[in-house]
Design a protein. Structure first.
Length: 231
């Protein structure tokens, strides 16, 4: 579950052409690589997520970027890779996380995955005091037409509370501090399992991924991620 959460937060963005494209001040280019490292509360690494940009192309007036993400735990064991698609319209950056859900399905034979909601949007520019729209992801697993389980994650009460200079192994970044409430609900055979957390993300206007993201439960830090590599 923690890996899923951090993968979602790391959440947090090239055409077969090698020429870089710009959208919302962000560079999109095939071959770009990023790495997010997860840590526990004692600052010990617990895993990393490696991102490779496979394709950048135009669709209408939007720039589309497809990435492959690979999670690896602290012992070097890898999970199945999954894809993440970002659409940059010029006004908004929209994250499509359905590939992550499909990677979870790969271990469930004879199960069909249906995305019912998949929305995580970032505006072109952040400013202190700004309120952001809710993000929501909802997926349903079924077999032979019967729903077996559903998963929903909602990122609500999103707002920009301040600015901060954050230094990571990838460099020093001027960021905006974005807070949000994350509610998750898993229903297995109709029985709900709920959890709530608070997320503090530090985003730079010219970076695809969060520079840093902290996860809290009942006000207590339970882990965080850092952008440790970016080319």
């Amino acid at each position: 579950m923690k890996e899923l959460i951090f993968s979602l937060l790391s959440l947090v963005i090239l055409s077969g052409q090698t020429k870089a494209q710009e959208c919302m001040g962000i560079t999109f280019k095939t071959g770009m690589q990023f790495e997010m490292t997860t840590f526990n509360t004692k600052d010990k690494p617990t895993g990393k997520i490696s991102y490779n940009v496979n394709d950048v192309h135009k669709e209408g007036g939007s720039t589309i970027m497809d990435m492959t993400a690979q999670f690896e735990d602290e012992k070097g064991k890898q999970r199945p890779p999954y894809t993440v698609r970002y659409t940059c319209t010029g006004d908004e950056l929209v994250a499509d996380l359905s590939g992550m859900m499909q990677s979870m399905q790969s271990n469930m034979k004879d199960m069909e995955l249906k995305m019912k909601m998949n929305k995580l949007i970032y505006p072109s520019r952040l400013s202190v005091g700004q309120k952001l729209g809710d993000g929501q992801i909802e997926a349903e697993l079924s077999t032979n037409g019967n729903t077996m389980s559903t998963m929903m994650m909602t990122m609500g009460n999103r707002k920009v509370e301040g600015t901060a200079s954050i230094t990571t192994p990838a460099g020093t970044f001027d960021t905006y501090k974005v807070t949000s409430d994350m509610d998750m609900e898993n229903r297995v055979f109709g029985m709900p399992i709920r959890s709530s957390m608070q997320v503090v993300s530090y985003r730079s206007n010219n970076q695809i991924l969060d520079v840093k993201s902290e996860t809290y439960r009942k006000g207590k830090l339970i882990g965080y991620t850092l952008l440790t590599k970016a080319n």
